[in-house]
Each structure stands twice: as structure tokens, then as C-alpha cells.
Ligand binder design. Structure first.
Ligand code: ZN
Length: 290
């Protein structure tokens, strides 16, 4: 009888295994911030991979053959939109994927910088809430049998984002108004600036695919001196040398690192979107308080 019991156990384990595998929705997100949001909405019902992982720069990403396989296997693809993932159309074509594509920024009016849409909409928590709604709807569309789980996941996460938004507003409100201005490397904080009233000046535009000219840097340096900008910030995806040089030439202090386009690994300062916003606001208020 032992063999029979063993056989039953084995088939139960196999049935359990296949049932679980069938339940989880395989989602491929273009970059780490979206992947974290999907994990929050989908919980145990999703398997998520990010193409551009922690500390990666999605502006200038070059997809790999492994990415082609990941996209080919996805049941749902999630992108930011607003021209952020310029490399995605070729990757999609190479993968032959027919999976639906959810666009996280759907319903958001883009800010424009020099005629170009600014893709960094997630830097306003109110926009992140729109992302979450689009992610929830995208998941429900591919796995309607799990709609209740996705709705519950989204609702719980949205409540956390509401609290986060209040946290940011309370922290900014404590700063003296004339000190609410900083320098960051690339123009990633336009939506944050518009939502929370901290002015950002960046030597590089909304994409990281260009280098600032000597003239751009000279302009920034005179702007910092004229406006008495208290602090400059590094970014995890950008070369620190430019900001270090600007700090040395102006006497502005380096306020630390801001996370703009990418999360960190588990052990870093910003392993989740909520951690990222909290870290940034702490770095900003630490540098700008009197
Ligand atoms: Zn960026």
C-alpha cells in the first residue's frame, strides 16, 4: 500500500503545482518601479519581472536576447508610455508577443518640456494612483477570474499611496518657501515639482541620452549662485561627476542621492516605490531645512 500512498501524494503535489502555476499571471514590466507596483496590486496572483532592473536606466536601455524570451512568455506587458521605452517596439517585434500591453500613464496629461512629453509621471503620487488603476484593469482584463484579488490589492495599495502623498505634502510644508529649490542631474522631477512645489533645475533634459554642453553647465552654475540654491543631488542612474563639479564650483552642498527612474536592490535605500518617495523626501527636507 505504501506505493499507492506515494502515488497519491505525488499526483496531489503535481495537481497542486500545476494549479498554482496556472493561477499566477506572468507580467513583464518595462522597469523596476512598474514591477513593484504590479507586485503590490497582484500579490501572490502574479509573477513579475522588470526588463530594466534596479539602478538601471530605461532611457538608454539595450534589450538582451533574454528579454526577448521574457516578453515572448508574458501574459501581460506593462509599459510607462510617454516615449519612455523607445526600445520597446523593436523588442516586441523580435519577441512576436501578442500579449496585451497596459500603459501605466493612460489618462494622465503629460507635462511638456521643449515639445517633448516628460515621461516621469510616477514622481507625483497622485499619478502613481492612476498607474495603479491601469495596472489593476490590465490584470483583470487578462485574468478576470482573479478580479476580486486584484481589486483588493489595488485598494490596499491606493490607501498606502494616499498616506504617502500626505506625508510628502506635510514634509514640504515645513520647509521655508525660499529654500524649496534644488539641482538634480536630469529632468526627472517635473511632476514632483508641479505636485509639491519644490523647484528642480537639471543640467540634462528629460532623457539621459544627451550630455550637457559647457554652456549648459556654466548657465546652471550662474543660476545656482543667483538663486542661492541650497543643495544639489546625485541620481542612482547618472554619473555623479557632473553634480560633484557643480557643487564644488558653487558651494552648494550635495544633498545625497535622489532616486528618479529606478529602484535599488533589496538592500538599497529604495527597494520599493514607497521607499523611493520616502527616501527622496527625506533627502530633500534634510538638505533644504534651515
Ligand atoms: Zn529619466
Amino acid at each position: 500500500m505504501k506505493w499507492l500512498l506515494g502515488l497519491i501524494c505525488l499526483s496531489l503535489a503535481m495537481a497542486g503545482g500545476t494549479a498554482r502555476a496556472a493561477e499566477r499571471v506572468n507580467v513583464v514590466a518595462s522597469f523596476s518601479i512598474l514591477a513593484d507596483m504590479v507586485r503590490n496590486v497582484g500579490g501572490n496572483s502574479v509573477d513579475v519581472v522588470a526588463l530594466v532592473g534596479p539602478d538601471g536606466d530605461a532611457h538608454v536601455y539595450a534589450p538582451t536576447p533574454a528579454d526577448v524570451r521574457k516578453v515572448a512568455a508574458a501574459r501581460l506587458l506593462l509599459v510607462n508610455g510617454f516615449g519612455f521605452e523607445g526600445w520597446m517596439p523593436r523588442l516586441l517585434q523580435a519577441s512576436g508577443s501578442k500579449a496585451p500591453i497596459a500603459v501605466a500613464t493612460k489618462g494622465i496629461t503629460p507635462l511638456k518640456l521643449g515639445g517633448e512629453a516628460d515621461p516621469h509621471a510616477w514622481q507625483s503620487v497622485a499619478n502613481a494612483k492612476i498607474y495603479v488603476g491601469n495596472i489593476r484593469d490590465g490584470l483583470i482584463a487578462v485574468a478576470p477570474d482573479q478580479a476580486d484579488a486584484f481589486k483588493a490589492g489595488a485598494e490596499a495599495y491606493l490607501a498606502k499611496l494616499d498616506a504617502l502623498d500626505r506625508e510628502v505634502r506635510d514634509a514640504v510644508a515645513k520647509l521655508p518657501e525660499d529654500r524649496r529649490k534644488v539641482i538634480s542631474t536630469h529632468g526627472a522631477f517635473g511632476y514632483f515639482a508641479a505636485a509639491y512645489g519644490i523647484q528642480f533645475i537639471a543640467p540634462i533634459g528629460v532623457s539621459t541620452d544627451s550630455e550637457p554642453s559647457a554652456r549648459d553647465i556654466a548657465d546652471i552654475i550662474s543660476q545656482i549662485k543667483a538663486a542661492k540654491i541650497p543643495a544639489v543631488f546625485l541620481e542612482n542612474i547618472s554619473d555623479p561627476r557632473l553634480i560633484e563639479r557643480i557643487a564644488a564650483e558653487t558651494g552648494a552642498k550635495v544633498g545625497g542621492t535622489l532616486y528618479s527612474d529606478s529602484l535599488t536592490g533589496e538592500k538599497g535605500d529604495a527597494p520599493t516605490y514607497i521607499d523611493m518617495v520616502r527616501h527622496n523626501i527625506k533627502a530633500l527636507t534634510g538638505a533644504l531645512a534651515e
